[in-house]
Design a protein around this ligand. Structure first.
Ligand SMILES: *Cc1c(COP(=O)(O)O)cnc(C)c1O
Length: 435
């Protein structure tokens, strides 16, 4: 697999280089030079394959000879070791549950795959990889649990004190081993600024091999295509072959992976980009003007992104064909009140508890279906387990959440976090003094 930068399509780097650099020097994003099309035979027989088998076939055709097949198979079976089932809520309305991984959010797909790819590419005798990650909640947990125990890697997570939920904090701070958590007296933006500054600090880069694990890394995008194919496989088993995906979107990595799957030949009638008040993309789809904005805080805070980084990838997939883009993707955005109402409606009509991000995708799907007669199976993506966001779910609904065993186990574990100011000197001193 060769990749170019969205800012310089003539350059080309290897998959390994793209994974370790995360972002090209020119600040574009890496995209595959060629996107393979899977055979129609494979697509129409998807129902004969399991999720890891689908993942292997898709990864193999994308990555080419970047990782030999036998190694890739081992890697996939290790990374994709949990389910992504669809659950039927009513006729033509399915929820794709992406929260069966260790951190109970879809980011487990990206983080588990990326950690194993990085570890695989680290050659014998190479310097330990130091992953720095700022999180507003979900990314840190997925990255921590994705890298936990992965040889020759160490993760340092920075999270804003008092601004992540109880379950999220437990997932970040109870790991030990190669995972360290820093509780920053500041905001998520402060955490991100500290990480960014560390990457440009000569002394730190001299001493450590620093890398980032953020959502723009191509190794996080690739595994997110797997569950789109796997959803189609599950629909085929029910004799359905038309699908509409509604994706709760923030940085647009998740829906970007769906579009990559489509480009690889997955038949999809419609993608719905569902956002909260951070409506940069829905506004663009309506007006044709792309206008990034500062982010607005909402109750679906994992989607509080005013300038979605992965949008350039989506634009790149549709180079020169804006009309096709606008046909395939429709946008909906909802404010907090609408989100809260949607969450209650899903519960009242289906007895099913969703997190606020997922509620937005459900509402967008219902609205799209009301306006479009076309019969296709509607699938909305559930990006996180509702138990991660109890504070924004009404108590009587929250009481109905079935708490996963993994969360119950966290309760007895001791919190290990280092409290720290939001000053770079403190962060740097910590890194230098804790080898
Ligand atoms: C990260 C996240 C999102 C947004 O996904 P993007 O790929 O950034 O669009 C949505 N929901 C939850 C629960 C998340 O953690």
């Amino acid at each position: 697999m060769k990749l170019y930068s969205t800012n310089n399509t003539s350059a080309s780097v290897s998959f390994k280089e793209a994974v370790f650099n995360s972002m090209p020097q020119d600040k574009g994003l890496y995209m595959p030079v060629s996107i393979p099309r899977l055979s129609e035979e494979f697509i129409s027989n998807l129902d004969k394959y399991t999720l890891p088998e689908i993942a292997f076939e898709v990864a193999k055709s994308l990555l080419g000879d970047s990782i030999p097949e036998a190694d890739l198979k081992v890697l996939i079976n290790d990374a994709i070791n949990f389910e992504a089932p669809i659950v039927k809520l009513e006729e033509d309305v399915y929820v794709l549950e992406l929260f069966h991984g260790p951190s109970l959010a879809f980011k487990d797909f990206g983080a588990r795959f990326m950690s194993r790819v990085m570890s695989y590419f680290l050659e014998v005798g190479e310097k330990q990889l130091d992953v720095l990650v700022a999180t507003s909640g979900d990314t840190g947990g997925a990255v921590a649990l994705g890298f936990l125990g992965v040889p020759n890697t160490r993760v340092t997570i920075l999270y804003p004190k008092g601004k992540v939920s109880g379950v999220q904090e437990q997932q970040l701070t109870t790991n030990g081993q190669n995972i360290r958590a820093l509780e920053i007296d500041g905001t998520f933006d402060d955490c991100q600024a500290l990480v960014k500054q560390a990457f440009t600090d000569a002394e730190l880069n001299e001493k450590y091999r620093l890398t980032s694990a953020n959502s723009i890394n191509i190794a996080r995008l690739v595994p997110q295509t797997f569950y789109y194919f796997n959803t189609y496989a599950q629909l085929l088993k029910q004799n359905k072959n038309k699908v509409v995906f509604s994706v709760p979107s923030g940085n647009f990595g998740n829906i970007g992976a769906g579009l990559l799957a489509w480009k690889m030949g997955l038949p999809v009638e419609q993608f719905i980009a569902a956002t909260n008040a951070n409506d940069t993309v829905p506004a663009f789809l309506k007006t044709g003007v792309y206008e990034p904005k500062p982010s607005i805080a909402t109750i679906s805070n994992a989607m509080d992104v005013g300038n979605p980084s992965n949008w350039v990838r989506i634009a790149d997939l549709f180079k020169g064909d804006k009309d096709e883009l606008k046909k395939l993707i429709v946008g909906y955005s909802y404010n907090d009140q609408e989100t809260a109402e949607a969450l209650e409606q899903v519960f009242n009509t289906n007895g099913y508890v969703v997190c606020p991000h997922t509620a937005i995708a459900w509402k967008a799907l219902k609205e799209w279906q009301a306006a479009n007669e076309d019969v296709a199976s509607g699938v909305f993506l559930s990006t996180a387990h509702p138990c991660k966001f109890p504070d924004v779910i009404p108590a009587e609904i929250a009481a109905k959440i079935v708490i996963p065993e993994s969360v119950k186990e966290l309760e007895g574990k001791e919190k290990q976090a280092v409290e720290m100011s939001n000053r770079f000197e403190d962060f740097k001193a910590y890194l230098l003094n804790n080898i």
